[in-house]
Design a protein around this ligand. Sequence first.
Ligand SMILES: NC(=O)c1ccc[n+]([C@@H]2O[C@H](COP(=O)([O-])OP(=O)(O)OC[C@H]3O[C@@H](n4cnc5c(N)ncnc54)[C@H](OP(=O)(O)O)[C@@H]3O)[C@@H](O)[C@H]2O)c1
Length: 337
Amino acid sequence: MSSSTSIPSTQKAILVHENGGADVLKYTESHSVPTLSNGQVLVKNHFAGVNFIDTYFRSGLYPAPGGFPLIVGQEASGVIAKIEGDNAFGLKVGDRVVWMAGKGYAEYSAVPADRVIKIPDGISDEHAVGGYLMGMTALSLIKEAYPVKKGETVLVHAAAGGMGLLLCQLLRDVGATVIGTAGGPEKTKLAKENGATHVIDYKATEGPSWVEQVLKLTDGKGVDVTFDGIGKDTWEGSLEVAKRKSKVVYYGNASGPIPPFNIAKLSAKNVSIMRSTLMNYIVTREELEFYANGVLDLIKAGKLNIKIHKVYPLSEAVTAHKDLEGRRTTGKLLLKL
Ligand SMILES: NC(=O)c1ccc[n+]([C@@H]2O[C@H](COP(=O)([O-])OP(=O)(O)OC[C@H]3O[C@@H](n4cnc5c(N)ncnc54)[C@H](OP(=O)(O)O)[C@@H]3O)[C@@H](O)[C@H]2O)c1
């Protein structure tokens, strides 16, 4: 059994035919609309989220799932245009939904029904996807990767970025002391407005290094946990500012991946390290609903403010990637479909 609205045979999409810089993102208006398998829904996307991981698949840092041409994009919001076969989640054609799976930079995406969540009334499509993958990630970091407790001191790198602003807000609500790092005065101000207790401009060319400043702020002891999504440029400093018996959670590679290193180094302070990814916290439907509804509830209650940096037309995906990788953005980037 399937139900549907009128669906064209071709659509707008961004195709990647080979790995490379942002310019390999090619806009087309004649890509075929996907056909559905049993248990999938076709979503007519309104907004797709831009995430750093999209640049990793584009560049080849992460292998392209399913080969080329590749459609990057992990998440989007829109309406259900068609449902095929089993429909265990009570979805209906016309439902407003947000989803996280793959092939998001396209007008239509075939998504397994169990990866689709209805958007509650009172939340816009922009805010639903603007806070979705990143909000779930931020929640998973502070609840599972390292369950942060009131009074603990937490270091958040790139505190004015998409992830950073959400982490600062959530950690303020937990009652943690948040030390943020950010590049430049505008970003440091924004991170502070979003909940960071102290913000260090780690791009400043004069004065003590960010490592020295974190140690000074913590009386030389270091922090209880660091959430590091920058990777190559910060990983050594993150270990330096780790308190004895603390944890460093690496969750991304904005500056490049961390090189192999000697685990024996950790014994100097009995430090734990972790490489965390959202995907492994939302494997079951129950886990997905826990984090997805957790985020959507926070947005609806006005407890999580989603800052949209800019909405780019789909045809300007190249500019969106260049802005994100060029450190010119704060908050979330979206593509309008
Ligand atoms: N593990 C997961 O499940 C998961 C999920 C979502 C996101 N992530 C990761 O979270 C991190 C942040 O993602 P996001 O989308 O929110 O990006 P973002 O933080 O909005 O943008 C990246 C920021 O990193 C900082 N940065 C420092 N060195 C950089 C460099 N060499 N190149 C580019 N940026 C640099 C810049 O901020 P400053 O100018 O302030 O330095 C830049 O604005 C990424 O590593 C991403 O992969 C992981």
